[in-house]
Write a protein that binds this ligand. Sequence first.
Ligand SMILES: Cc1cc2nc3c(=O)[nH]c(=O)nc-3n(C[C@H](O)[C@H](O)[C@H](O)COP(=O)(O)OP(=O)(O)OC[C@H]3O[C@@H](n4cnc5c(N)ncnc54)[C@H](O)[C@@H]3O)c2cc1C
Length: 539
Amino acid sequence: MYDEQVPVLIVGGGPVGLSAAVFLARRGIKPLLVEKRDGIFQLPRASGLNARTLEIFRIAGLRPEIRALEMDDSHACFEGGMLRTSTFSDIDNAEVLSVPTLDGPSISPERVMACGQQHYEKVLLKKAREYGADVRFNTRLVSFAQDDDGVTATIKDTLTSRQRAVRARYLIGADGYRGRIRHRLRIGCTGRNIIFHSLSIYFRAPELDTLLKRRKFIVCYATAPDVSTALSHLHGTDPWLIAVLYHPDRGESPADFTDERCADIIRVAAGKTDLNVEVVDKVPWEATELVADRFRSGRVFLAGDAAHVYPPAGGFGANSGIQDAYDLTWKIAAVLAGWGDDALLDTYETERRPVALAAAKQATLGTRTFRRQTSDEHRAADLLSVTLGYRYRSHTATSTENQQVLKLKFELTGEPGTRAPHVWLEHNGRRISTIDLFWDSFVLLIGPKGNKWAQIATQLASHTPVPLRVQQIGGTQGLLPIDHDWLTAYGIEPNGAVLVRPDGFVAWRSVGFDPNTVLAEVLDHAAGHGAMSSERTAQ
Ligand SMILES: Cc1cc2nc3c(=O)[nH]c(=O)nc-3n(C[C@H](O)[C@H](O)[C@H](O)COP(=O)(O)OP(=O)(O)OC[C@H]3O[C@@H](n4cnc5c(N)ncnc54)[C@H](O)[C@@H]3O)c2cc1C
């Protein structure tokens, strides 16, 4: 009846679909990924990978290869912030519009970096295949239908036109902003739709870096008369990327921007009429703010641009999509392995949709800040707050239902629902991060005097189907914190404990609970089985 059966069918081979394939395959679930294009998209597109995305790549075993792709001095560009100047020749008088709060060794073992999306997608593709995912290009999803037990999809080889019927337990729609899966599910969107239309112009101008006095920045706006452009340094200098606005409501279209006109715009923005410019490519795009009303429909999940699109400020697009994939895949793996309940899959939407709505709002606020259209009461949150400091308000991360998704100022203190704080540790003479401990199981971190927790948890781990590891920090046999007090970082006492999920988010922490009774209930709850009694949910 079916030509093939797979545990998970992923539609879309952009950064989000490829990441989902890597994460699932590394967890032992071998997905089929179909992509209608004939290979990796060749233009740079999203260039900034934030610290959280890099933490995820680190845990998934991609770090060395992704880090090797870092554009020269890319961190210096982030530190240079957002600039505004009349022309690029006048860079010395540029106004600094904003400098993002960045990562650092006390916040994360990883740092934000820039590299072209087409480069890191190659690593994702290679790793997905290496870990056992079946990635097929020139293959389009034609249709799908779901029932109580799975999804039946028709896929088509676009070279031979041959169709195949695939049966999957779950389908991940990572088919991008223009993908059809969301429409077929009749899921609507919330947001402001198109905010502005832009054209990315990729060009070569060998003298431009000298003209800019080798100044590093994220983006530099030029406000010379008759041009309104934004030059990105994060996309590199060979080619450079400049974005111009166009206005369809005034009858303008990308076709109006001939290579000659683009070169003239670049020369005016540069303040150098004889600048040597070669236009390489042009890509129109829209700054759009839309978030799908649902991220799950039965056995089908939306992730990445298929679920949300933001204006470019902050560079949240690809990053938040990869973080969707990370949240979703450990849950699918848990359910397929038999220890996660179907209710755990509902928490994908409960957790990721509010984060997407918050990121959409921040990206729009960021865009207004650069255009000076915002006031203090609509101040954007720290970049780090959006990329690392968000909070999941699901029922698996206890006692967080009424708390905000984002704080204006970045702060991580081990509260349930937030990313477990990073602390450097010594492990057999090697320096590792707490972040490195979280991947394939729940981890109960216990304090130096938490032996009672260790006893109970070890006993529980021997018979519960939910994978649980016990890790003492700071005891006689435990890992040793290197530079700061991990108990303060996680907000517990020396005899306390913190339960961290496989994706590195805090599920629960102890303050004054009886280890004999509480841990089994907390673990069961965190795997999606049933609700917690309210007296168990603290802080
Ligand atoms: C020109 C451009 C510039 C950008 N610049 C930036 C930037 O500077 N910073 C930033 O953060 N973001 C940027 N973005 C956005 C960023 O690239 C996206 O957020 C990111 O690519 C989303 O990844 P995704 O995997 O969800 O979707 P996509 O990358 O869109 O991938 C979806 C894939 O699904 C495939 N697909 C669709 N339907 C089917 C089907 N039926 N069968 C099989 N395959 C299908 C498509 O071919 C596509 O490859 C840019 C986007 C564009 C287009």
